[in-house]
Design a binder for this molecule. Structure first.
Ligand SMILES: Nc1nc2c(c(=O)[nH]1)N[C@H]1C(S)=C(S)[C@@H](COP(=O)(O)OP(=O)(O)OC[C@H]3O[C@@H](n4cnc5c(N)ncnc54)[C@H](O)[C@@H]3O)O[C@H]1N2
Ligand code: MOO
Length: 446
């Protein structure tokens, strides 16, 4: 039995015994497929089908929670947002000026500020000074803007003042008034269940009187970064490279609605990987590297040993084709209704990992978190977008008024193009000419 998986920054000693399964024979031809050893649904699943499989494997969204508004950001609404009040909740002045009753001129009395309740009705032929957002008194028929009114001080011994309308057009009834219920009525559905809680949704919910929201729990994710060659700090040296995927994937998955509860480097050791998959506390384990068939690529073997079921194993997409998705029954069996743990295996090449995350991890996490499917985003191509002869290609693009332009430095091991990209273009086999629509996928941070 292996000890716990080393946490970040605690590399395994170089003399520790490596559990590598059967010895690797460089010169042997690739093993013939053994139908009993690994369940392989189909080699190189078409890209769109892989994405649908990931979304469907989310099944029912995770259970619901009641959260304070300030904690609900990034979750998905589990119930429709229904207006708890009319909006505006009362007739409101849209301008600083005077609330007037009937046609002018008007005798002027008092003032009303935002937050004050009117003390009584406004009689025909009278006006009251009013601030933007203040509740209109009953009887008011319009608001005259400050810049459109002229006040005449009257020398009638009562200290009164008369307000005249100097607007280019006479005040029509209802002018510069926001009538009660203009935006919504109490009980009206405003947003459907499945809406992602953005800052704007929080604002709308607060405006109509919500203190808490019922949302789906966010799926928890553990990120396992596989590879003896990965450094956590400093420049690459002596055959070692910097881990680029921890810093990239952690905030991206978080922004996609997941809660990343752990990020660990796992050395190239079958036993360590198997234990990490089996004992993860997360709903979804996202791994990077180890998906291919190299001497220390143990992911497939570890998944077989923990009894995982492969739903996706290689996708007809470039970069990223060795990506995979598996389901792993939990032991001991948790409460009924708790879904199996999902494992998303991303290839180690950084742009290939991003392609894998966009294809498998994001749709899965969105489904688990209860987020509704967004409509696909399409823009015209501004230039020819190069494709792969047989597979879908996910290409970093920059967006201008003309549409999507391909970016240089788009190789599977590169991030330089992606760092400038506004999106990944989904380029069908054979590529696309200029001035035709192309589907876009979101990239980290955009
Ligand atoms: N004989 C074949 N070799 C390879 C094939 C193939 O079909 N036949 N496919 C290639 C493709 S495509 C990809 S993608 C990679 C996938 O490899 P793995 O998922 O097993 O990843 P690794 O071998 O562990 O690493 C590949 C590459 O990426 C670097 N890497 C890994 N993790 C990170 C990280 N966190 N940050 C930065 N860079 C990372 C790693 O050092 C390697 O350079 O397999 C090809 N080979
Ligand atoms: O498909 Mo690999 O994923 O080209 O880098």
């Amino acid at each position: 039995m292996k000890g716990p998986v080393p946490v970040s920054g605690t590399p395994r000693g170089t003399d520790a015994p490596r559990d590598s399964g059967a010895p690797f024979d460089w010169d042997a031809p690739p093993a013939a497929p053994d139908p009993g050893a690994r369940q392989r649904p189909a080699p190189d699943l078409p890209w769109a089908q892989a994405r649908r499989t990931a979304r469907r494997s989310g099944g029912h969204p995770l259970p619901t929670l009641d959260l304070d508004l300030c904690d609900a950001l990034g979750h998905a609404l589990a119930q429709p947002l229904v207006a708890r009040t009319d909006l505006p909740p009362f007739d409101t002045s849209a301008m600083d000026g005077w609330a007037v009753a009937g046609p002018g001129p008007w005798r002027l009395h008092g003032r009303l500020l935002a937050g004050q309740s009117p003390t009584g009705p406004l009689a025909d032929g009278t006006a009251v000074r009013i601030a933007t957002g203040a509740q209109l008194p009953p009887g008011a028929t319009a608001v005259l803007r400050r810049e459109h009114g002229a006040v005449e001080r009257r020398e009638d011994g009562e200290g009164g003042a008369l307000l005249h309308d100097r607007a280019p057009h006479p005040a029509a009834p209802g002018r510069d008034v926001r009538p009660r219920g203009q935006e919504c009525r109490h009980g009206e559905p405003l947003l459907p269940a499945g809406t992602s809680v953005t800052p704007s949704v929080l604002g709308l919910a607060a405006a109509t009187g919500y203190d808490r929201l019922t949302v789906h729990r966010r799926p928890t994710v553990e990120l396992l970064l596989l590879g003896d060659e990965l450094l956590e700090a400093g420049p690459p040296r002596d055959g070692l490279v910097r881990d680029a995927l921890g810093p990239l994937l952690l905030p991206w998955l978080d922004a996609c609605g997941a809660r990343v509860i752990g990020r660990r480097m796992v050395k190239d050791d079958l036993g360590l990987l198997r234990d990490a998959l089996r004992h993860s506390p997360a709903d979804v384990v996202v791994t990077t590297g180890g998906t291919a068939a190299g001497p220390v690529d143990f992911l497939h073997q570890a998944l077989t040993e923990v009894g995982a079921r492969l739903l996706v194993d290689s996708v007809a997409v470039r970069p990223g084709h060795p990506m995979l998705l598996a389901e792993l029954e939990l032991e001991p069996a948790p409460a009924p209704g708790t879904p199996a743990r999902r494992v998303v295996g991303l290839p180690g090449n950084p742009l290939a990992a991003v392609a894998g995350a966009a294809t498998l991890a994001v749709p899965l996490l969105r489904a688990l978190g209860g987020h509704a499917d967004g409509s696909p985003r399409r823009v015209p191509t501004a230039a020819e977008l190069p494709g792969h002869p047989r597979d879908t290609r996910l290409l970093p693009v920059r967006l201008t008024e003309q549409g999507a332009h391909p970016l240089a430095f788009d190789g599977p091991a590169m991030l330089r193009g992606l760092a400038l990209a506004d999106a990944l273009a989904v380029v069908p086999p054979g590529g696309l000419p200029a001035a035709v629509p192309v589907e876009l996928l979101a990239v980290p941070g955009r």
